[in-house]
Unconditional design. Sequence first.
Length: 372
Amino acid sequence: MKLLRIISRIIIGLTFIFSGVVKAIDPLGSAYKFHDYFYAFNLGFLNSFCLALAIVLCTAEFISGFAVLTGLRQRTGMWGVLILLALFTPLTFILALTNPVSDCGCFGDAIHLTNWQTFGKNILLVFFLIVLFAGRKEIKNLLSTTAEWILISSAILLFVIFAFANLKYLPIIDFLPYKSGIKIADKMIVPEGSPADEYRTTFIYEKNGERKEFDLSNYPANDSTWKFVDQKSVLTKRGFKPQIHDFTITTQAGEDITQKLLSYNGYSLLMISKKLAEAGQKSLSRGFKLGNYCISNGISFYVLTSSGSEEVRTYNNGLIFCFTDETTLKTMIRANPGYILLKDGIILGKWSQANVPEEKWFNKLNAKSLNE
């Protein structure tokens, strides 16, 4: 029994530490997942709390796992794990049944689990937690109560600083498809012979006031007494999906310049703002200034956004504004605005507003390109 408690302690501790850390590496990703949940359950009035909830959740997961694994305030950590599992185990069961959000986001973008896999994982953790609670009377403090709380508080402070640093300067580890060093076009390829999505098609016909569903094998194609009403297609098996999909860049005039940009052998700097109104005027002004500097020094510059046409037209400053899907922009970079440097369709660098290089750096970059 003692060995089982040790195993349970290690599994619960490492699982919750890992879950908390990967969320803290990408706080905005966790905030977007909260947004998906609120949308699915018609709780849109909570959207303004998404980021705060993301920070609180990852901190609670990390510190609960940390306490259980290290033995510092172990009982407190066990209660923290209990509260988290009590909240999320029923939720993941509901998600598994209804599937309003395909990936629960329990391990961020580091590991993707289906809702049923997540529910199964939580049930397993509940078992290990029961084992720990069964032996809770044998738990002894490693240090004095004051010393343990000082260490736990210090761990919380350092962890929150870590999360905000990732929020400000971009994730320290990029789990997204648009990583530095990758060639975007290569990640968009669908290999020949790859399985396609499979659908079950149902036809609804009506006869004498009675409606009936048919499939492709038995629908009354040659029976004029049945009147066609509707058709439904349900995805039954997902086919191959490339890492990067739905990536298109369209100018205000409606021109698709995706391939033009990806095949351009010079430098291109993309300023990405999923919503211009959310970026802040100061940040936008700095980005526009950098854009004009790049253009005057031979570097292509594009502003990618999902804002509406009317809003974009208010920024009539001579820069090229393009439209891209909002989800794609969120996947490209966790910043608003954020910056991606391309050459030959290869991502050479990604920056947030806080650490984008100064103008002179881009000038030196272009001078180096001219000398190659």
